[in-house]
Design a binder for this molecule. Sequence first.
Ligand code: HEM
Ligand SMILES: [Cu+2]
Length: 534
Amino acid sequence: MSQEDSVSRESFYKATGRYRGVLSWILATDHKRIGLMYLTAILTFFSIGVTLGVLMRINLISPGRFISERVYNSLFTIHGVIQIFLFIIPGIPASLGNFFLPILIGAKDVAFPRINLMSFWLYLAGGTLLILSIFVGGGAPDTGWTFYAPYSIRTTANISLALFGVILLGFSSIFTGLNFITTIHRLRAPGMKIFHMPLFCWSLYATAWTQVLATPVLALTLLLLILERFFAIGFFEPKLGGDPILYEHMFWIYSHPAVYIMILPAMGVVTEIFPVFAKRTIFGYKAIAFSSLGIAFFGYLVWGHHMFTSGMSDTSRIIFSFITFLVAVPTGVKVFNWVATLYKGSIKLDSPLIYSLTFIFLFSIAGLTGLMIGTLSLNLYLHGTYFIVGHFHYTMFGGAGFGFFAGLHYWFPKMFGRMYHERTAKISWFIMFIGFNVLYFSMFILGLQGMPRRYFQYLPRFYTNHVISTVGSWILAAGLILMFGNFIRALFKGEKAPMNPWGGTTLEWQIPSPPPAENFEATPVIEHGPYKYD
Ligand code: HEM
Ligand SMILES: [Cu+2]
């Protein structure tokens, strides 16, 4: 490897901004540093969330031996809130998006670097308040991550602080979205047309619109809930003339589109990976770009599928069910194009590709079970059971989470200038894949048997599958520890990464690993789209 292939990490750490040491991080406006700070915080919260999940699983093999009912209720609440609002929603956009979006479009930074820094600190403040809400006042929140009224108004637990934390997280997400939209419109390198952008940028673009348009609804809804708790106004509390179903509508008007905030960036990541590891130009560039927008658009129209059993007219139920099926169309377009890209490619089965294929596999199971519970008759039977818990873990963890891991393996050498150990990466993948399916597939069976979710204990007939599921959680946790151990080891001891370890054709592979301050020595001039192979 030649000298100019790899700048030392020193130059990346020292060259930016006017501050030194710790200040040069906490006041950093460089998008790469903000991305790395996000990455650290997001993965820390993820580890806390996983720990709480494993604790729940331990309770479920011997209910009551280690954990009381009240604590169990808080465990699933805090676990859900952390995994959704602190891990998977900010996940890819705030970490990998921040780091790579400007580089991929040939820019020096995002459009508003200081707002970017503010987003990060809002994120950290929101996360801190959430964690604080476990320990202070009336006890940790126990409502479930959905904060459904009227219980969330009546419980003595510490709801308002947690809600305020989530509102701050919402603002962080909105500002990131605004920043990305502006960056994509205003800062593309000379010659880079919108259809020359790598498809990861398209997925971030569709995501950003959802962040900007849907998140304010969540912030307002939760604000109303706080007001209701303090001033008993009567928005959602039936005793005061309020309507709890109104809360459900407002909550899901945000929270279904939020699923696309989670999944679109992961789809974007694997779209980068497939052409590189098959050495083929992406099949159907425009179809993939527009299907991102299509998914984001349809995502607004289907929230009612969370409320089929809450009391709704038959007409609305049929319409919501039908549109839910329609989301499968743009999703199918993407899967088709990915497979077509791989077809007859010269495939290199390295860890980024393995994680990406796993994304397709697990996300397909999520999608197919999603069609099942989107069907009215089946929904009546499966609503509120472990089938749902299985389904959303396949979506968020199997889909978005494994897409995130694929991206981490793909871009780790670029971000840190070091290579991780490839064999260990494959072994950790294998352990996680087994653990994941043992843990969550047994939840589908539990759900079909009738096991309700959010229950601290259960009838004896559910015992076997609960034990299987818990063993799966241990295997999965072991795989996660190995994966992160591999990354951490690589940070210190990994071989130096070359400029372009995978033979990628997008811009980040044409600059040193890690990228220097301001990314490019000279502004790149673009003449054609990405992924030029055949
Ligand atoms: C090893 C990792 C994990 C384990 C062992 C685990 C386990 C569990 C369990 C046992 C429940 C509660 C079941 C119930 O009583 O209803 C649950 C709920 C939940 N999990 Fe996980 N989980 C893990 C990772 C994740 C990840 C990565 C996400 C999101 C990206 C996630 C999101 C959720 C959500 C949203 C809930 C619902 C909480 C609620 O009902 O309010 N989990 N998880
Ligand atoms: Cu939904």
